[in-house]
Write a protein that binds this ligand. Structure first.
Ligand code: NAP
Length: 260
């Protein structure tokens, strides 16, 4: 039987690249996202995925939607070989400017969502006889960055990874985090952080200089790392918090950037 994977946020950016990678590998992909509009946009960008990725509409931060995912899996597959928690939202702001609603939304979707899904899907993952969970965190989980609520949600997600690696290891379920640096996706546009292509390109150009590898990430860079962590080649890797970031977290900020 093909392997069955559930990817949250598979209609855009990193989740979409992971979905495409797994489909190319010949696996079955189910994805949970909220809006039909983004699914239609994804099909516009990647028509070969239309009708191939099994999209389920729901909000991962809502228990009732998670319960529906469980029913759907029970009826259609009965087993899950891997879960990729990629769905996430971003609001920027400081302690003074970030609203309480924005704080709750980031914690609910970026942290509680992966907790609810992992808890609900555990029986299916156990049944696979060896399964893998990859949480898409951020370098903002490793040190303060982007915004206070976002950073705290991703730091919490990394601790969820480490905790679950210990808890679920005896079931032969591995749990790892990937912590991307800046990756070219719809994240900043869809969350109303930036609405101007020119401003976005300026942000990217400024970011490139700070990356020792002199480029920002593409969704494919993250999908390749997820693919590795899902594979048997990673069968003794669990509880790892893995930056995939062009070495930006290793930048020596006490020196002027080279080649700028
Ligand atoms: N892009 C970067 O620079 C970057 C860097 C570090 C980490 N990350 C992380 O990478 C992950 C993917 O981000 P991305 O850049 O690919 O962003 P993106 O292009 O905006 O994609 C986000 C996806 O998550 C879905 N989503 C959001 N809230 C959801 C919810 N409550 N329930 C179900 N699906 C939901 C969105 O669809 P709907 O809105 O339709 O639900 C969309 O499919 C996120 O966790 C993000 O924090 C991104």
């Amino acid at each position: 039987m093909d392997k069955v994977y559930l990817i949250t946020g598979g209609s855009s950016g990193i989740g979409l690249a992971v979905a495409e990678k797994f489909i190319k590998n010949g696996d079955k992909v189910i994805s949970v996202t909220r809006s039909e509009k983004k699914i239609v946009r994804a099909y516009g960008e990647k028509p070969h995925l239309e009708g191939v990725v099994d999209f389920f509409t729901g909000d991962i931060s809502k228990q009732e939607d998670v319960d529906k995912v469980v029913d759907y899996l029970k009826e259609n597959y009965g087993v899950l070989h891997g879960l990729v928690n990629s769905a996430g939202v971003l609001s920027t702001g400081t302690l003074e400017s970030l609203t309480v609603e924005q704080w709750h939304q980031m914690l609910d979707i970026n942290l509680t969502g992966p907790f609810l899904l992992t808890k609900a899907l555990l029986p299916f993952l156990k049944r696979a006889g060896g399964a893998s969970i990859v949480n898409i965190s951020s370098i903002a989980g490793l040190r303060p960055g982007t915004s206070i609520g976002y950073s705290v949600s991703k730091a919490g997600l990394d601790m969820l990874t480490r905790f679950l690696a210990g808890d679920l290891g005896p079931y032969n379920i591995r749990v790892n985090s990937i912590n991307p640096g800046l990756v070219r996706t719809n994240l900043h546009f869809d969350n109303d952080i930036i609405d101007d292509e020119k401003v976005y390109e300026e942000m990217i150009e400024a970011a490139k200089v700070r990356h020792p590898l002199k480029r920002i990430g593409e969704p494919q860079d993250i999908a390749n790392a997820v693919d590795f962590l899902m594979s048997d080649a990673a069968s003794w890797i669990s509880g790892v918090i893995m930056p995939v970031d062009g070495a930006v977290t290793q930048e020596n900020s006490f020196l002027p950037p080279k080649d700028s």
